[in-house]
Ligand binder design. Sequence first.
Ligand code: DGJ
Length: 729
Amino acid sequence: MKNLLIATALMAGVLTTQAEEKKVFRISTDKTDLVLQVGDNGRLYQTYFGEKLLNEADYQNLSWDVHAGSDGSISQRGWEVYSGSGNEDYFEPAIAITHNDGKNSTYLYYVSSTTQPVEGGTQTTINLRDDKYPVDVTLHYVAYPKENVIKTWSEIKHQEKKPIILSTYASTMLYFCNSSYYLTEFSSDWACEARMSNQQLQFGKKVIDTKLGSRAAMHTHPFFEVGLDQPVSEQQGQVLMGTLGWTGNFRFTFEVDNAGNLRVIPGINPYASNYELKKDEVFTTPEFIFTLSYNGTSEGSRNLHEWARNYSLKDGKGSRLTLLNNWENTGFDFNQEILANLMKEAKHLGVDMFLLDDGWFANKYPRKDDKAGLGDWEVTHDKLPGGVPALVKAAKEAGVKFGIWIEPEMVNPKSELFEKHPDWAIHDENRKIYYYRNQLVLDLSNPEVQDYVYGVVEKLMKENPEIAFFKWDCNSPITNIYSPYLKEKQGQLYIDHVRGVYNVMKRVKENYPNVPMMLCSGGGARCDYEALKYFTEFWCSDNTDPVERVYIQWGFSQFFPAKAMCAHVTSWNKATSVKFRTDVASMCKLGFDIGLKDLTAEELDYCQQAVANWKRLQPAIMDGDQYRLVSPYETNHMALNYVTKDKNKAVLFAYDVHPRFQEKLMRVKLQGLDAQKNYKVEEINLMPGTESTFKANGKVFSGDYLMKVGLDVFGFAQTQSHVIEVTAQ
Ligand code: DGJ
C-alpha cells in the first residue's frame, strides 16, 4: 500500500519533495490548535482540531483516520482539508468542478504556503493545485489568539482555456471524531427570529440552507453551534460555534460518515448557481468565522463578541446612538409638523437621535403605504414641503441628530424607476410575477444598478451632510429569478447580486466612514459578519414584544455583541409594563419607537432615567463582557450580566418572564467579577415613587460571594424585571 501512496505522490510531480518533508501547519489561538498536514500523497489533511497542544513534539505524532477498505487496502480517505469531487472520498466535497474537457474530478495537492502577521493575529495561506488541470485553490486562515477565533476562506482560480463550471465551492471543511454530535440551529421568520432548537446528528446529512437570495436569513440565520460529545450547554462542554459572512444564500452541511466522524461544510449555497469561472478570474468564498469553546457557549459567545468589536464590526470600538424611531408610532402617516414634534420628544426623552422611517419619498406614486414608491428617492413634496433639509434643520433645532430610513435595493412596480428601467429589476417577464411585499429586488449584478443604489445615499448626503445615521432595510427575497443583465449567465445571479450589494456598501463606507448604519431586513433577516463590516448594528426583529424579545435577543447574543443588536421600546404587548419593555431593550442597543403621548408622566420620568442609566453603563453593556446566566429556554426567567474590562462595574439584568406559582426561585450567581473586590449592589431603573423590592439593595458583597452565593432577584409575578448596578468599592 505504501508503494501505492508513493506512486500517487510521484504523480503529483514537483509536489513530492514538500510532501516527503511532512509539512505540518499549526493554525493556533491561545486555546485551540487546528493542525493540517501534507500527506504522503501530497494532499492536505486535517490531523487535529481541539484544545491547544502543549508540546511541540506532539504535533509530529498526529495522524488522521486511515480507512480500511473491504479488500484489506488502506487509504487516507476522509479528513482532506478541501476535498475535491470525483475522488476516493465518498462524502460531501468542498469543491466540484466541470473542466473544459467535461470531466468532473478535482484532486488538490500542496504547492506552497506563507504565514504573516495581520491585525490581531496570524494569517496562514496554503496554495493547492490540481496535478492534471491548471486549477489553483488557496486556503486562507487567520487565527486570532486572544479571542480564540479563527476566520477562514478560500480562493479558486484556473487557466483552462474556457470557463470552468463550479458547482460546489465551500469556504472550508472541518472534521470531528467524537462519540456524538448535537446541533443547535437558529430558525427564523418575520417576527420570530433566532429560535434555538437542538438535535442529535446521526449518520447522513443535515443541511441548513437558504434560497431567498436577498433577505436571505429570513428563515434561518447564518450561524450554528455543535456540541461535541454532549448537547450544547451554556457553561460547560466543548462546542463549535460557526458563522458565515455572506448576505445571500448560504448552506451549512453537517455530515456524519460511516465511521461516525462529522464533517462540517459551510459555504455559499450552490443552489441554482453553477458558476462559470473565467480564466484567471478569482472566485473568493465568504469568510467562515468560528471558535471552539471548552466551557460552553457563554465563553464561545464572549470570544466572538470580542473578536467582532476588535476586528470586524463597523466602528466596533465606538459608542452607539440612542434613538427615537417613528415606525411603530406613526407608520406612513406623518407630516413635517408631526416629525418636528417627535424630534422634540426625542430630546425630551434624552436620546441622541430621531430616526425617520419609511414613507418620506416618491411623488408620482407617493409612498403612502407599502404598495408604491420604492425606488423613487425624492422626498414627497406634498407631505414634506421643506424636504429632508427642513427635517435636518428641525432636528438641529430640537437638539438631536437626524437619521433616515432607506431601502435602496428594492423597487415597487408602481414607481417611476420601474417604469423607466423595468430591466433593472430581477424578474422573468414570461412568468406570472410573485411579489413579496409588493416589490421586486433590483439587479445588483448590474454595475449601472449598483451606481443607482449607491447614488441614493450619495444624493441624500450631498444635500444633507448632517444626516447622522441610516437605517438600511431589505424587505423582499428574490422571486421570479432572472437577470436581463446577466443574459445566458444566470448561474451567477444569486452570487453576483450579493457581490454587487457589497460593492455598494463598500462605496458607502469609503465615502461616509463616520455615518453609523443599521442593517435591517424586515426585522433580523440580515445578520452576518460580512454585511456588519459596513454596518454598526442590526435590527433584531420587528417583534418588540418584550417577552418574545427575551428569546430573540438570547438567540442573537450567541453570536453578536450587544452593541450590534438594536432593541426598541414600543407598544407591542401593552400588557407588560413600560419598565419591563425598557429593561429588556436596555440589554442591547437601546432605542424607542413609541409616542410620548402613550406614556404617563411617571413612565416618561422612568424612561428618561433609563436612558441616562443606559448611557452611563455603556462601558459595561456595549464594551464589557457578557455572561448569560439563566436561560429563558430552560427556566421561567432570564438573567445576564455585563462586566467592564477593569471589573469595576457590572450590571445585572434579571427578568421574570412567566414564573409559576410557588416555583423554587434560584439565586442568580453573577460571573466575571473580581473575587477579591467588594461590590455595592443597587437597583436602578425603578419606576418613580416605587421602592426597590430587591432585598440586598445598597449592600456590599465580595465578588466571590456574588459569584458563588448570588443574589435573590427573581420573583413570582409575571413580566417583572430588576436591573442591578454593581460597583466596585
Ligand atoms: C421593515 C422593518 O423591519 C421595520 O422596522 C420598518 O422599517 C419597515 N420595514 C418599514 O417599511
